[in-house]
Ligand binder design. Sequence first.
Ligand code: AMP
Ligand code: ZN
Length: 492
Amino acid sequence: MQLYNSATHQKEEFIPHEPGKVSMYTCGPTVYHFAHIGNLRTYMMEDVLEKYLRYAGYDVTRVMNITDVGHLSSDADEGEDKMLKGARREKKTVMEIAKFYTDAFFADCEKLNIKTPDIVQPATGCIDEYIHLIETLMEKGYAYEAGGNIYFDTSRLEKYYIFNDFKEEDLDVGVREGVEADGNKRNKADFVLWFTKSKFDDQELKWPSPWGVGYPGWHIECSGISMKYLGDTLDIHCGGIDNAFPHHTNEIAQSEAYIGHPWCKYWVHVLHLNTTGGKMSKSKGEFLTVSLLEEKGYDPMVYRFFCLQSHYRKSLVFSWENMDNATIAYNKLITRIAALNPDSGEAVDETAYESLREGFVKALDNDLNTSLAVTAIYDVLKAKVNDATKLALLSNFDTVLSVGLLDHAAALREKQAAERAAAEEAKRAAAEAEAAAAAADPFVAEILAAIEARKAAKKAKNFAEADRIRDELAAKGVTLTDTAQGTTYTIN
Ligand code: AMP
Ligand code: ZN
């Protein structure tokens, strides 16, 4: 498989450290609010990557953190803890907020068919690991204490910027307006490993440490959790593109300083989902959540389908119009699949199966080209093979794409069968009602008998008799109308 590696700025052949095994770490949510559908685009693409690696035969171990402490309002260690802000907003404790939004996050993931990683670790559960890491960094001279906080000394590194060549002024990226820069830092790029002194001293969660009571920085959490579960080498590290700097850059700095050798081989970054107005936000404008999609009548599967139609390394624009178009395309696709016969009893055509599967594999082997993988679905539907082969292929593809191809088609088939049964029932009930009306009213019975006689006359091509019956009824004030469904009457 070819995978684009942000660290080397090129597509590379994916070769894990240990043959057949993949260790994968993905930065998890900061649980101070609901995830927006932009965040979920990132988790969804990571989910496809994990599932495709498993599909390709790798034994994958995937770890994800839950950030429940230390992620400040600005990624440059400034501002107050996002969790504290969330707790204050909702008049709850930080732990109540963390529990509520962690549950909400996994509920959203379930709706989008995003598998839960093998290991999910809240950041507050690994304080000892961070303290051990920081102590080692202090011993090795990579960290220093200033103004009560412990900082990583980026001047000790030969190369700090991995993903981009930043200029000094770029470092202001992420510093919120109105927040002063931290005067304790020896170098502008230095970052906090452990806080004991914060301008926001009402931090709710604090732990004792060799440097005083305090709390960890956000970046050290991901290094600590990754190394705890996956050891000191990592095959793939993922996140949204905004995580590349400073978060992942800092993770690499501290992890490699700690272990003394290269740490993670492949860095995979998902580009952002934007709105037509620009950056997606949890505070400005419409807060785009999975629940909002549902409230507006959109199936979360359609959102997944929409995301898969574009490449993860391209930013994607969300609009309601795009969702409408995706809904039409998705429904058409499901209708086509529902028309395939799941009970044909035919054998799968193995040769056709393998050659059609090749297209799918080729697409995903090429840096996870999901839009071409979606095209492979249509290629299957167009192919001249039996329904059993088509359904077997679609089921196979959906273990990776997870857009509900077969279950949604089965649901549609059931719905169509129920609708057919309801129409039959309505027809039967109408005939019954007519018969009952005829039985209750001799005049109606006479009209119905005449209609039947006229029908028989017409069938026998005795049109003179048919006309005579019509005229006879007309004389009694009954008008006949011939329709495609049969003859109806009105009594004038
Ligand atoms: P957060 O909960 O803010 O830590 O973000 C969770 C994940 O979503 C991270 O991997 C971010 O890089 C990613 N992310 C943030 N904004 C977007 C966006 N608009 N589109 C895609 N991914 C995003
Ligand atoms: Zn992280």
